[in-house]
Design a protein around this ligand. Structure first.
Ligand SMILES: NC(=O)c1ccc[n+]([C@@H]2O[C@H](COP(=O)([O-])OP(=O)(O)OC[C@H]3O[C@@H](n4cnc5c(N)ncnc54)[C@H](OP(=O)(O)O)[C@@H]3O)[C@@H](O)[C@H]2O)c1
Length: 287
């Protein structure tokens, strides 16, 4: 774990889900390092509250709040339009926002399964829409927050929307596995562009995760795990490391835990699965 933080002066960093937990701690530390931070949040009041805390604590006023519901493709497209209207560069994109599985199958406004859409398709779409800007800002970095839970995931390629069978305990690991597969395919597609893509497990972190939508069983599980969990600040360290450390300049297509590259699930290295998922995802989000 690095002890000396590098300066992020002059860097523009977007962090999704930046009003709470790991995302908020990530946004704060990047602001403390001098970055311009664009917080993406879905709720104006929660977002403003966090933005105000971050500017006060970091004494950095270059902290912006953009609103988007990442379960809606239209909202993601509006976010990107708005961002591109106000900013000319993007050096770091941290796809951090995530939501736990729900007790019963829920659909987004686009008719897609909610857990898959928020945890995976949203980063896929947001990243693809911002790719040209990231390339034009190179060196640039994409950081995708996955989870160790991806190791218990499997890809139901013929039923990604869980229409045939919805198993709550399967949807979240599958979505986080999709994030890893996506990161590896993305890293390959970005070779030679100066844009890197890595993913990570943040550890077990005591946050608001799963409190709103997870249902009673998940809330109880999360409460129990939360008592063993580390602080959001600690949970943010690998995201911050991948976003800022000179040690990972040019490093791409890796899965990190505690700022160290680790093996992800064996299935995540299957290049034909990575390509298949990319193609299906591109159709689902029209890119
Ligand atoms: N905590 C852990 O132990 C753990 C372990 C492994 C991986 N992770 C991953 O770490 C990431 C951060 O989670 P966290 O633990 O910090 O939980 P958290 O405190 O609940 O933060 C999640 C963030 O995502 C946002 N979000 C959820 N759905 C959204 C939507 N539809 N549109 C826009 N924003 C949305 C939330 O906004 P609201 O505040 O408005 O709900 C919140 O800002 C997630 O990707 C999670 O899967 C966490």
């Amino acid at each position: 774990m690095p002890t000396v933080k590098s300066s992020m002066q002059g860097k523009i960093c977007m962090v999704t889900g930046a009003n709470s937990g790991i995302g908020k701690a990530t946004a704060l530390e990047l602001a403390q390092m001098g970055a311009t931070v664009v917080m993406v949040c879905r709720d104006r009041a929660r977002g403003e509250q966090a933005r105000s805390e971050i500017t006060t604590t970091s004494r950095n006023n270059a902290v912006d709040l953009l609103l988007a519901d990442l379960s809606s493709q239209q909202s993601i497209r509006q976010l990107v339009e708005h961002f591109q209207h106000h900013y000319t560069h993007l050096h770091v994109l941290i796809n951090n926002a995530g939501a736990a599985f729900t007790g019963r199958r829920r659909e987004t406004v686009d008719g897609l399964e909610m857990t898959f859409a928020v945890n995976y398709l949203a980063p896929f779409l947001l990243t693809n829409l911002l790719l040209d800007m990231l390339k034009a800002s190179a060196p640039a970095r994409i950081v995708n927050v996955s989870s160790a839970a991806h190791k218990s995931g499997s890809m139901q390629m013929d039923d990604l929307q869980a229409e045939k069978l919805y198993r709550p305990m399967r949807t979240y690991p599958q979505a986080k596995l999709a994030v890893v597969l996506f990161t590896y395919e993305l890293a390959r597609r970005l070779q030679g562009t100066g844009v890197t893509a890595n993913c990570l497990h943040p550890g077990f972190v005591a946050t608001n995760f799963a409190q709103s939508d997870g249902g009673p069983a998940v809330r109880l599980l999360v409460k129990l795990l939360g008592s063993f969990g580390t602080s959001p600040q600690e949970g943010a360290q690998t995201s911050i490391y991948l976003a800022s450390s000179p040690e990972v300049e040019g490093v791409t297509g890796k899965y990190f835990v505690k700022s160290i590259p680790r093996r992800s699930a064996a299935i995540s290295y299957d290049e034909s699965l990575q390509r298949q998922l990319w193609e299906q995802s591109a159709k689902l989000v029209n890119v």
